[in-house]
Design a protein around this ligand. Structure first.
Ligand SMILES: Nc1ncnc2c1ncn2[C@@H]1O[C@H](COP(=O)(O)OP(=O)(O)OP(=O)(O)O)[C@@H](O)[C@H]1O
Ligand SMILES: O=C(O)C1=C[C@@H](O)[C@@H](O)[C@H](O)C1
Ligand SMILES: [Mg+2]
Length: 177
């Protein structure tokens, strides 16, 4: 096993758009594996003491991204963890490299329509507080899907299966069952 081998760290990192299920599936996978679970969004909220929309309001998306990159850099230095990243974490090239080299990266893929159905009840995603969140998700998908694919070791389709089934699929893909 080389130092660059993601399996050497025993880390699992979930990436994907808002509503892909990174937090939901990541937490359940961590429980199955008895590994500590982290979520970069929750970590950011814990450190700043405010919700994500407040960070966007005060520091803009640029300020939020700087904090996010710092947290990804720190969290990925651990071993044996499961990490759900924020949907935009892959926008930062250094974060993509940290994720790719320090663990096994799983892209939870979903189509914009499903993402819209899953996120439309929430007010905690500032980028979706627009007149047309559905179109916004389509734009974000077009921009980011190539970045998620570049960063991921595995892509898992999340369209139809229930979250519990997806946990099983992730573990099977990683040959951890
Ligand atoms: N496979 C799935 N099928 C149906 N609903 C799902 C699925 N995965 C997640 N959900 C639901 O979609 C919503 C969003 O999921 P979750 O918060 O885990 O997404 P996320 O990828 O962490 O998003 P964000 O990037 O905004 O943090 C939740 O209500 C969750 O229960
Ligand atoms: O996709 C995004 O850019 C975001 C996703 C969320 O997880 C949060 O990190 C925040 O709302 C921004
Ligand atoms: Mg999440």
């Amino acid at each position: 096993m080389t130092l660059q081998d993601p399996k050497a760290h025993g880390n699992l990192f979930f990436i994907g758009l808002m509503g892909a299920g990174k937090t939901t599936i990541g937490r359940a996978v961590a429980k199955q594996l008895h590994q500590p679970f982290f979520d970069s969004d929750h970590e950011l909220e814990a450190r700043t003491g405010v919700r994500i929309p407040v960070i966007f309001e005060h520091e803009g998306e640029i300020g939020f991204r700087q904090r996010e990159a710092q947290i990804i850099s720190e969290l990925t230095q651990q071993t044996g963890i499961v990490l759900a990243t924020g949907g935009g974490a892959v926008l930062n090239a250094q974060s993509r490299q940290c994720l790719r080299e320090r663990g096994t990266v799983i892209y939870l893929h979903a189509h914009p329509h499903d993402l819209w159905l899953r996120t439309r009840g929430s007010k905690n995603r500032p980028l979706l507080q627009t007149d047309n969140p559905r179109a916004q998700l389509e734009n974000l998908y077009a921009m980011r899907d190539p970045l998620y694919r570049e960063c991921a070791h595995f892509v898992i389709e999340t369209g139809r299966p229930a979250a519990s089934r997806l946990v099983h699929t992730v573990l099977a893909q990683l040959e951890l069952l």
